[in-house]
Design a protein around this ligand. Structure first.
Ligand code: WT7
Length: 652
């Protein structure tokens, strides 16, 4: 990564956004057929709780709720007293209401294999696997860890857990055995679902092998179910390990859905926080499903014959909300793809769009920047005329990438929905409504109906001009209900900055049309390729290495990934600080956390800049990494250290 002449991410965002004045009005033809109109904003604003109750009524309930919302900050209860099993909204009702033979899932593996599931197929698979889980002793409230590639069994596993009220914890298949182990142990999962392997860029990802390493230290795991993806080598432990396909052969095709309270947990998903240890974000049944159902319907404007494709992995919240739950609750047809976008060539995504006639496409800015770099000849080779709506999520999209997406992929006829939300919010929070909202490249525009957001300063006062902190000022149905096993951390992280107001940790500004412009994270969490990673976690991984004494990790702007990591490392005395050590440390971090966390650059320093009380001043290191003039150094114990580090950095 070229370190110099690059400004820090936040400054860059502000600079580009400031001169962005282009506006894109929805085309009349889109507006005429759109699910959402401006009236929806009015409805949401008039009475948010009533608005969400109306959305919830479109789902299948076993028993109606008695109260829409009980709000005891920071605890919200939505649809109080309501009973449901969310799989009935995602599957059973479609079988009964004429979608039995509709394609629910069109899946393509990276090597090119294909499988299509109708709603009836999927319904049967989910029911069977729910019975399998039961037969292995999984009960309501038990935690099930899922470590799978992007194959249909991933969605089936999630829905099967939901069918019997087990709480799933999906761990992204790109995470290391250590990361998997920590997540399993934190949630005390009873059962693990994995595969013999998966495909990524023509290579086998040895999931079962990695899982074996992880669960050697996971006393809570009683059973492991292994999906056979290929002919990959693996070891089987008798009594503990079971083949998925064998168990499925014997399973009953119907499983009575477990009746759940609206507020019963549906899943845990781990996300990075500032103190190192990942946080198990908890979501519940009624509110979460209502939020993802309504946002899918109105933001993605899904119609009976749309083909929806969200390119995320189910290991992230985007895959939970806009692959497994939102589209299924809407009875949509969707595409799922296992592999990487440039395998075997840079047009794999466009081939898929053409082959299946994808009409609504949802991806991340980091992917769009890669497409731009690969060149428009790749999409230009394909018929993309089926596309009618485009979306983005994960990080701020730079206006240049927005325009490219609009012109090259959308062929100037597709509205773009830039959707802001988080693992914790469960569903989309700030977004245009296609057909209703005029868009501006780089702005996520306005809160979704029923959502209230503001830009506040440190004291909770609304910011009238310029930037401030993004805040969500009213409870919403998909909001996190807690952090698994750590209530205090939830309060400290999200509910302590202001009174009764949620703090997402993002900076933002608001313009004269009341449009929101998200400026990125304000804490020590950085956003790599649309996913949050704690710099502290990478530091802890580095110092675990025998040849590292101390490490400080900061984020710098990166052309494709949005942000990348630079590590300043003090090596153990007597260690040769050469390229070999750099390579060893990068591999070490990849093994400890996952390839996503590999530092772009490692700089060895004799010492780190510290305050007199011994706190590492990451702010100054960030300045160095960004090639900026170094900020205020008056609190430094030894100001000379900085010049030494700066010299080392520039040498590199
Ligand atoms: C963080 C949440 C939500 C799914 C993917 C990431 C950033 C997300 C946008 C957007 C600007 C965005 C924020 C947020 N972010 N979407 N449209 N514009 N920034 O989920 O890992 O929980 O990360 O991603 O910084 O806080 P996550």
């Amino acid at each position: 990564m070229p370190p110099k002449k690059k400004s820090a991410p936040s400054t860059k965002a502000i600079d580009t956004l400031l001169d962005e004045s282009r506006k894109f009005k929805p085309a009349a033809s889109f507006t005429r057929q759109a699910n959402a109109s401006n009236a929806l904003y009015k409805e949401g604003a008039a009475n948010p709780v009533k608005f969400w109750e109306k959305m919830a009524k479109e789902l299948v309930w076993k028993k109606n709720w008695t109260k829409g919302l009980i709000w005891n900050p920071p605890d919200a209860k939505w649809f109080v007293g309501g009973k449901l099993n969310i799989t009935e909204s995602c599957l059973d009702r479609h079988i009964k209401e004429g979608k039995r033979n509709k394609a629910a899932l069109i899946w393509e593996g990276e090597p090119g294999d294909q499988r299509t599931f109708t709603y009836f197929d999927l319904y049967r698979q989910v029911n069977k696997f729910a019975n399998v889980l039961k037969s292995l002793g999984v009960e309501k409230g038990d935690r099930v860890a899922i470590y799978l590639p992007m194959i249909p069994e991933l969605m089936i596993s999630m829905l099967a857990c939901a069918r019997i009220g087990a709480i799933h914890s999906v761990v992204f298949g790109g995470f290391s055995p250590d990361s998997l182990r920590d997540r399993i142990n934190d949630a005390e999962a009873k059962l693990l679902i994995t595969a013999d392997g998966g495909w990524r860029r023509g290579q086998i990802v040895p999931l079962k092998h990695d899982a074996d390493v992880a669960i050697a230290d996971c006393p809570s795991i009683e059973h492991v179910v292994v999906v056979k993806r290929g002919d990959f080598l693996l070891r089987f432990k008798e009594g503990r390990d079971h083949w998925y396909h064998r168990l499925m052969q014997e399973a009953d095709a119907y499983c009575e859905p477990t009746v759940m309270d609206s507020e019963d947990p549906l899943f845990i998903l781990y996300t990075s926080g500032t103190t190192g240890k990942p946080k198990g974000i908890m979501h519940t049944c009624g509110g979460y499903l209502t939020g993802v159902y309504a946002t899918t319907k109105y933001v993605f404007d899904l119609k009976e014959d749309d083909v929806f494709w969200c390119t995320a992995d189910c290991g992230w919240i985007t895959g939970h909300s806009y692959i497994t739950y939102g589209p299924m609750a809407n009875g949509a047809t969707q595409v799922m793809y296992e592999g990487s976008p440039n395998w075997p060539d840079e047009d794999r995504f466009w081939q898929i769009v053409e082959d299946y006639g994808v009409s609504v496409f949802y991806t991340a800015p980091t992917a769009i920047r890669s497409f731009m770099q690969w060149g428009r000849e790749w999409p230009d080779k394909h018929d993309l005329s089926s596309l009618r709506l485009l979306g983005t999520v994960g990080e701020p999209i730079n206006p240049e990438a927005w325009i490219w997406y609009h012109e090259v992929i959308g062929q100037k006829k597709c509205p773009i929905v830039d959707t802001w939300w988080q693992t914790e919010t469960g569903h989309i929070m700030i977004t245009p409504l296609p057909g209703a909202t005029t868009t501006k490249p780089g702005s996520a525009t306005r809160p979704f109906p029923g959502i209230e957001a503001a830009i506040l300063d440190e004291n909770g006062k609304p910011v009238k001009k310029g930037g401030g902190y993004l805040a969500i000022t009213k409870p919403w149905p998909g909001m996190l209900r807690g952090i698994w096993g750590d209530r205090q951390r939830m309060i400290d992280t999200y509910w302590s900055k202001w009174d009764k107001t949620y703090f997402p940790g993002d900076g933002a500004k608001i313009d004269k049309d009341k449009y929101f412009w998200i400026l990125g994270r304000v804490d020590d969490v950085i956003n790599i390729s649309g996913h949050r990673l704690s710099t502290m976690e990478v530091e802890s991984a580095l110092v675990e290495h025998a040849q590292v004494t101390e490490a400080a990790v900061v984020g710098v702007s990166h052309d494709i990934k949005g942000e990348g990591l630079v590590a300043f490392v003090t090596a153990a005395r007597g260690t040769a600080t050469d390229d070999k050590l750099v390579a060893r440390l990068r591999d070490f971090v990849a093994r400890k956390i996952g390839a996503i966390a590999k530092p772009e650059k490692i700089i060895f320093t004799g010492d780190l800049p510290k305050t007199r009380s011994g706190k590492i001043m990451r702010r100054l290191l960030r300045d160095i990494a960004a090639g900026k003039i170094i900020g205020d150094t008056t609190t430094l114990a030894d100001p000379d250290i900085l010049n030494k580090i700066k010299a080392r950095y520039e040498e590199d």
